[in-house]
Design a protein around this ligand. Structure first.
Ligand code: HEC
Length: 128
C-alpha cells in the first residue's frame, strides 16, 4: 500500500471519528429546563415531527400542528384545547381527525414523565 493511500485512509478515518463524536455530543443534548423549549425537544426526540409539520418543518402523515393551540379548542364539544391535546397524545384513538387514519402510535403516555408530558402539551398549546 502506498504512503499516499495510507494517508488518505487515515484522513477518512479521522473524519469518521469527528462525525461519530459530533453525533455523540448532539445526542447527549441536555434536557431543556423551560417547558416550551423542553416540549420542542421532545417533539423531535419522540419522533412526532416524523408525522407532523410544525412551523414549516416535519412530516405529513398527521395534521399540521402549527396552529394546534387554536384548532384544538374546536375539535370536541366541551373540551378545552389543553385537554384535547393531552388526550390526543395519551389516547390517539379517542378522536380521529377527519381525513386522517388512526395510525398515531400508542404508548407515549408510558414513555413520558408527568413533567415532560406537561412540557409537550405547553409547547403545542403555545402554537396559536
Ligand atoms: C406515525 C405517525 C404519527 C406520529 C409519530 C405522531 N402522530 Fe400525532 N397524529 C397522527 C395522525 C395520523 C393524526 C390524525 C388522526 C388522529 O386524530 O389520530 C394525529 C393526530 C394528532 C393530534 C391531533 C391533531 C388535530 O389537528 O386535532 C395531535 C395533537 C398529535 N397528533 C400530536 C402528536 C404528538 C405530540 C406526537 C409525538 C409524541 C405525535 N402526534 C406523533 C400521526 C402521528
Amino acid at each position: 500500500m502506498s504512503l499516499l493511500s495510507t494517508h488518505g485512509m487515515m484522513r477518512r478515518f479521522l473524519l469518521f471519528c469527528v462525525v461519530v463524536l459530533a453525533t455523540a455530543v448532539a445526542c447527549a443534548e441536555p434536557p431543556a429546563t423551560e417547558p416550551i423549549p423542553r416540549g420542542r425537544q421532545l417533539f423531535g426526540q419522540l419522533g412526532c415531527s416524523n408525522c407532523h409539520t410544525i412551523d414549516g418543518q416535519g412530516g405529513h402523515v398527521g395534521p399540521d400542528l402549527t396552529h394546534i393551540g387554536t384548532t384544538a379548542a374546536t375539535r370536541r364539544a366541551g373540551m378545552s384545547a389543553e385537554d384535547y391535546i393531552r388526550q390526543s397524545i395519551l389516547d390517539p384513538g379517542a378522536y380521529v381527525v377527519p381525513g386522517y387514519n388512526d395510525v398515531m402510535p400508542r404508548g407515549f403516555g408510558q414513555r413520558l414523565s408527568p413533567s415532560d408530558l406537561d412540557a409537550l402539551v405547553t409547547f403545542l398549546l403555545s402554537h396559536q
